[in-house]
Design a binder for this molecule. Structure first.
Ligand SMILES: Cc1cc2nc3c(=O)[nH]c(=O)nc-3n(C[C@H](O)[C@H](O)[C@H](O)COP(=O)(O)OP(=O)(O)OC[C@H]3O[C@@H](n4cnc5c(N)ncnc54)[C@H](O)[C@@H]3O)c2cc1C
Ligand code: FES
Length: 263
């Protein structure tokens, strides 16, 4: 884990409240793994604490990091107002990221990646990782978003996926409903051996329970407000359902086996 003085390369608009930021931070990028996150803060900004964001994608050759973030409150409003060439402090990569089985990377069976809302962000780098390991057998992606204004995610995902299934809350694109409504059809169509999910807890719970019922290996990426991000403040703990252990999401996760969270 490092703290690096990054440089904002671009900071743009994707929808009414979602933004992307590309940051030059070569040291963090060099060791970043899919499913890990960073804590960022504007140098001399107004927030004391850094804010956590999933590593949406990396360009290792150029040392660049992509974040995709929803403008929620003080910290993200400040990020949204940053101009190119501003300095941004990047702490990371944090957490452990997704685990990939050897057979999965060798392309046996299919992996289903599921993202909900800004939880789609860390799944881009995850999809890239699987697609680069196995260009002949890329993952299937299921994305659940609010409406057709949030279809911009497809452009980030299309090169790394064999197919993208979309659900929208209002039916303005793809299938009307939630990601869980689309899961049975996907499981019937593909030989899914692994599922990785990041999104709101309520969404992940239904999906993970269906995966567990079918005996499909499933990992979920959890999110909780984080103060320190490095396992010190104990602000992000939960009790594992199977082990009974008190896990720190920032340090031991944010990715956990579905059974440990929802069994
Ligand atoms: C590991 C991790 C990865 C994340 N990745 C992303 C990402 O890739 N893209 C993205 O847009 N967001 C992501 N988040 C959420 C993001 O960190 C928060 O939205 C951000 O910290 C809000 O900061 P703020 O100062 O703008 O809002 P605040 O002023 O602190 O709060 C504004 C509102 O957002 C809510 N909020 C704050 N933090 C969280 C949180 N962690 N989870 C849920 N609600 C929160 C508050 O309850 C409040 O309602 C991630 C969070 C974690 C823990
Ligand atoms: S945020 Fe401090 S222990 Fe996880």
């Amino acid at each position: 884990m490092l703290v690096e003085n990054g440089l904002v390369c671009s900071n743009g608009i994707l929808s009414d409240d979602v933004r992307f930021m590309i940051i030059q931070a070569p040291k963090v990028v060099e060791i970043a793994q899919p499913g890990q996150f960073v804590m960022v803060k504007k140098e001399e900004g107004s927030t004391f604490l850094r804010r956590p964001f999933g590593i949406a994608d990396v360009n290792k050759a150029e040392g660049k990091l992509l974040l995709i973030y929803r403008v929620a409150g003080k910290g993200t409003k400040e990020l949204a107002n940053m101009e190119p060439s501003s300095e941004i402090s990047v702490e990371g990569p944090l957490g452990g990221g997704f685990k990939f089985a050897e057979a999965e990377l060798a392309g046996e069976g299919k992996t289903l990646l599921i993202g909900g809302g800004v939880g789609i962000a860390p799944m881009i780098y995850t999809a890239r990782h699987l697609a680069e390991a196995n260009p002949e057998n890329k993952p299937v992606f299921l994305m659940g978003v609010r409406n057709a204004d949030e279809l911009f995610w497809q452009e980030y995902l299309q090169d790394f996926t064999d197919s993208i299934e979309v659900t929208t809350d209002d039916g303005s694109a793809g299938r009307k409903g939630f990601a869980i409504d689309a899961l049975p059809d996907i499981l019937a169509k593909y030989d899914i051996k692994h599922i990785k999910i990041c999104g709101p807890t309520i969404m992940m719970e239904g999906l993970a329970k269906m995966a567990m019922e079918k005996g499909i290996e499933c990992q979920v990426s959890l999110e909780k407000r984080m103060a320190c991000g490095i396992g010190v403040c104990l602000g992000c703990t939960f009790e594992g359902k199977q082990s009974g252990k008190r896990w720190k999401i920032c340090h031991d996760g944010p990715v956990f086996p579905a059974e440990e969270v929802f069994a």
